[in-house]
Ligand binder design. Sequence first.
Ligand code: NAP
Length: 167
Amino acid sequence: MNWVKKDCTLVVAVAANGVIGRGNALPWKLSTDLRRFKQLTMGQCLLMGRKTFESIGRSLPGRQTIVLSRTGFDCLDPSVIVVPSIEQVAASIDPGKRLMVVGGSDVFRQSLPLCQHIWMTRVLADVAGDTYFPEVDWTQWRIVSQEEIPASDKDDYATRLERWERL
Ligand SMILES: NC(=O)c1ccc[n+]([C@@H]2O[C@H](COP(=O)([O-])OP(=O)(O)OC[C@H]3O[C@@H](n4cnc5c(N)ncnc54)[C@H](OP(=O)(O)O)[C@@H]3O)[C@@H](O)[C@H]2O)c1
């Protein structure tokens, strides 16, 4: 059975060399992108792996949080739903909320085949790291919009927000 009942959006920031993380953290400071992330995800349901949740360290206000963990992660935050398998995600989403897959690499890899939308922030530089975004067959996707933001004192690198839809 498809574990995503309906629409599913993947949200990621990825460097030119595919890096998305380093030492279980983000390898950059991108304040503009964090603001965009907040706007895009507000009111929706976030799905993340246990490592990403631990790297954020808390649930994000105004959004439902579902954390995947096979090993029974004991989350002290009662607002967070921990599920032991990806098949159990759909039943846990609050009615009316859109499912947004927000990482990390392990969860992106498993979710990508079932997502209809990708909101990808391209970090316009190679960045050192240890965690990578999986390969995407872009022939299955079309770009619907893009917007560039220059580097600044708030943003380590120039970025381009690309919105993709599955064909
Ligand atoms: N640039 C970005 O947009 C972005 C976004 C998010 C994260 N990141 C970065 O990505 C890195 C973390 O990614 P990661 O790949 O190492 O870890 P992750 O995907 O965040 O978490 C992996 C964990 O999720 C659980 N899990 C995964 N699939 C599961 C399944 N099917 N059923 C049940 N549990 C499942 C397991 O937890 P247990 O071990 O508890 O069983 C697994 O160890 C960090 O560096 C983070 O900063 C970057």
